[in-house]
Write a protein that binds this ligand. Sequence first.
Ligand code: ACM
Length: 391
Amino acid sequence: MASAKHEPVKIGVLYSTSGVTGLIESSQQSATLFAADEINRAGGVNGREIQLYVRDPGSVAANYAAMAEELIVEQGVRLIVGCYMSSGRKLVIPVVERHNALLFYPTLYEGFEYSRNVFCTGTLPNQTCVPLADYMLENFGSRVFMIGSDYIYPYETNRIMKDFVFERGGETVEETYVPLDAPEEHYRAIAARIAALAPDFVFSTVVGVGVERLYRSFARSGLDPSRTPIASVTTSEAEIAAMGAHLGEGHFASASYFQSIDSPANRACIANYARFMGGDVVTNMCWEAAYFQMHVLANAMRKTNSDNPVALLRAIPGMEYDAPQGRVRIDDENHHTWLHTRIGRTDRTGQFDIVSASPERVRADPFVIAHTPADGASTGPGYGIAAGGWS
Ligand code: ACM
């Protein structure tokens, strides 16, 4: 472990810039480089520069684990940021546990996990699916068609969402899973099936290259988002920019962060990021989590004057940070993050009109003990969202 006063702080960076989820993970990698640049320009970690060890796992789950092992064993890295698909994260966890390293994971996921060696800064189903179920059933109706990519995150998230829909008097009319690299014809057949079943909305946990194929097939089949919208927890500004705003317009997403958040902190962060990138930028929920977790980590290292995982494990729980989405907090116990949750409707420019927002950040409930926003308030002042519910 580096301890010399001016020795750089080594951080491994495991985001794919190629493969099926290369688009969204590239944004997470850029956010990490941007945050590291900000930290280094501000004097690093008590004078120590952050040195990134960047790898591209190519969206292949086993590569994340192999690269984590290489970073730890060959490069002496003890702090790793990264992973998008849950299949990759699940293989990295035993590696960081075995070597007593830490993983910082900035991606929405299904929850039902705790590792002493992992901090999760993306949303959980209690922070996205609960409000989305409330909003969609209230505004569109109770018959839901569920579609996901064929791996663990969509299975688990749809299982949880089905409970929320059922508890609200709704029903899942059909559930289907699509291979990660399925061609567009596959999605066209599903869009035809959706048109035939005429659900009130479609809940999507499709990730990566499939997102564009889904939305294009949807549009080509004549489905109208004003009558049968897609409501997603995985579609972000990144995928919409890639597919073209016309295909995303009118569909919904639930997220902790949208680029359109009209706050001085978000506007300043985007302006700084545009300067760093040298042109126009598109940000998204995964970009934002990848960005703020680097600053949380840097603050914890400054506070402990150490990059030792044992010292950081004591310092990080309970830490707060003024992120572009608003103030976030790392839970005191469960290694997940209290986040501001929002529902957005895509406009014609590919940005989200925020149609609903939690009045306060929502505590992280990885085991979904509370099935409604109001239950979240029951853990004490400031721990859940305000008793008034959603705006
Ligand atoms: C995911 O697989 N956690 C998006």
